[in-house]
Design a protein around this ligand. Structure first.
Ligand code: ATP
Ligand code: MG
Length: 541
């Protein structure tokens, strides 16, 4: 059974023997930035289709535009595709085909399908017409093949300045599809190219280059996003004009949009260049590098892409749905640790001074096979600031003077008093403990409503925790703006084992959420943990 309309088209083509060759797809990023989650969707579709139909998928860098591209991006894209769990069959650069593309352009000229136009870019766009009015033919449209060939070769040989001449396909200035009104297919750019250096000063335009790249690589299905739907007639025209046998078939799918973030490389690059974020891999960024550093797993991202599926209409997905898949994946793989936020000291006045004991803690409540660990417990502990209140509201079941709560894995404690620091905040809570309530002792004398976590003060390790808000705020009028306060650093206390956490290790911080030991933090000083996702979902399945 085909899972979606793309697979249905592929199966139809296989049944008809349309290509007479194995299925081949490609993922064709332009190396002008880092990949983002939208690209992850495209990667899953491109590689997924090849896998499903026993075909191949190439990674092809669409590097036909000399000025915006960089090898840093090429390297990051390879790393990101592999991180997502895919391996390409062929690795290609569109710029390797510049020679072939140039030949194709000459062929079009010889066939009378292309001409050199001396008009400026501005004149060309002004004479293109509108949706209701046909375009005006260029005065140079009638040049014969011989003259066009000569001029085009002069363009290639560097005789003209940028913008002085272009090569246009000769199609139909009255076409209802504006893309077919003699589109520019080659332009002059005296620019250094990251791969071909200064070998060329003419470069093909995307709409001309892309079908040729696909055809050279024997691609059968060229999967791309919806904005190329109106370009498909031009894609088909180019290959037909070149008499390409069994040309590839372009199929479009919807772009992925996510709430509270933005997926345009240009905008993301601006944030990086302006220093609004800590690089392309800032954990707030929707880039693959960012979500990797944030602690998302490739399994979760793939499961999300599978769930959103392939649609023919653009839509925006709630970011909470992506977080749901991340949380579900982390639940099974992360062990729990105790970390105290906004710490307040607890002193157990009836616990012997200088003594300590070990409390047993389960590592993962849903996976008993992951075992237990022991954490020290003694007279002085740290608890979360929000787990004690001076004036508790109704239904507050945590610590307040006179109330008894369970300290997870240890004893029942009753608050007896507190002290405030110079800043007016509660700094110490005095408690007593009941020795017969020790966890695991089978005590059933009475029940308490609240359970809180804690960290032994004598052995606690200080850690830095980064909590994140969303990169973008959603405004009421439907626009987005940059959230200026999207990261907060907190000084916390953790149980001793976190001193050994290695970069990339993920944990559930009990009652707080999932966190990853940052891969970029300096080796000295307190460990830094990035919040991956909170514990509670706001997404309704
Ligand atoms: P951006 O606007 O972010 O620069 P792009 O479309 O220019 O994106 P490319 O490098 O040209 O980026 O894209 C490579 C492939 O990824 C293309 O096939 C493109 O259609 C697809 N793609 C890009 N963004 C998305 C998205 N948000 N959702 C799904 N596919 C996407
Ligand atoms: Mg692009």
């Amino acid at each position: 059974m085909p899972e979606n309309f793309i697979h249905a088209f592929i199966e139809e083509d296989i049944a008809k023997g349309r290509f007479g060759r194995d299925i081949r797809t490609r993922f064709p990023p332009e190396p002008n930035g880092y990949l983002h989650i939208g690209h992850a969707k495209a990667i899953c579709i491109d590689f997924g289709a090849a896998q499903k139909y026993g075909g191949k998928c190439n990674l092809r860098f669409d590097d036909t535009n000399p000025v915006k591209e960089d090898t840093e991006y090429v390297d990051s894209i390879k790393e990101d595709v592999r991180w997502l769990g895919f391996e390409w069959d062929g690795l290609y650069f569109a710029s390797d085909y510049f020679g072939k593309m140039y030949e194709c352009a000459e062929q079009l000229i010889e066939k009378g399908f292309a001409y050199v136009d001396d008009q400026s870019a501005e004149e060309i766009s002004r004479t293109r017409g509108t949706l209701t009015q046909p375009g005006t033919p260029s005065p140079y449209r009638g040049r014969d093949a011989e003259e066009n060939l000569l001029l085009f070769r002069e363009m290639r040989d560097g005789k003209y300045a940028d913008g002085e001449k272009v090569l246009r396909a000769k199609i139909d200035m009255a076409s209802p599809n504006i893309n077919l009104r003699d589109p520019v297919i080659y332009r002059i750019a005296h620019a250094e190219h990251h791969n071909t250096g200064d070998a060329w000063c003419v470069y093909p335009m995307y709409d001309f280059a892309h079908p040729i790249e696909d055809a050279i690589e024997d691609v059968t299905h060229s999967l791309c996003t919806l904005e190329f739907e109106d370009h498909r007639p031009l894609y088909d025209w180019v290959l037909e004009a070149l008499d390409w046998p069994r040309p590839p078939r372009q199929i479009e799918f919807a772009r992925l949009g996510l709430t509270h973030t933005l997926m345009s490389k240009r905008y993301l690059k601006k944030l990086v260049d302006e220093g609004a974020v800590d690089g392309w891999d800032d954990p707030r960024m929707p880039t693959i590098a960012g979500i990797r550093r944030r602690g998302y797993t490739p399994e979760a991202v793939r499961a999300f892409c599978e769930e959103i599926g392939v649609a023919k209409a653009n839509s925006t997905v709630d970011i909470a749905m992506l977080e749901h898949f991340v949380r579900e994946d982390l639940k099974a793989r992360c062990d729990s640790r105790n970390v105290v936020f906004d710490p307040v000291k607890v002193v157990i006045t009836n616990y012997p001074e200088g003594e300590s004991e070990l409390a047993a803690m389960e590592n993962n409540r849903e996976r008993p096979e992951r075992g237990e660990r022991s954490v020290p417990f003694s007279r002085e502990l740290w608890i979360d600031g929000e787990d004690f209140m001076e004036d508790p509201p109704k239904k507050y079941f945590r610590l307040y003077v006179g109330n008894e709560v369970r300290f997870k894995g240890a004893y029942f404690l009753t608050a007896t008093g507190f002290e405030k620091g110079a800043d007016g905040r509660v700094s110490v809570v005095y408690c007593t403990y009941d020795p017969q309530t020790r966890s695991g002792s089978g005590f059933e004398g009475r029940k308490v409503k609240g359970t809180i976590h804690w960290v032994d003060a004598a052995t606690a390790v200080p850690v830095t925790v980064r909590e994140y808000g969303y990169l973008m705020d959603e405004n009421e009028d439907g626009t987005q703006s940059l959230n200026e306060a999207s990261v907060a650093e907190k000084a916390c206390y953790a149980e001793p084992s976190l001193a050994e956490a290695r970069p990339g290790d993920r944990f559930q911080f009990f009652r707080h959420g999932y966190y990853i030991c940052d891969t970029k933090a300096p080796p000295e000083g307190p460990r830094v943990f990035n919040q991956i996702v909170g514990l509670k979902s706001s997404w309704k399945v």
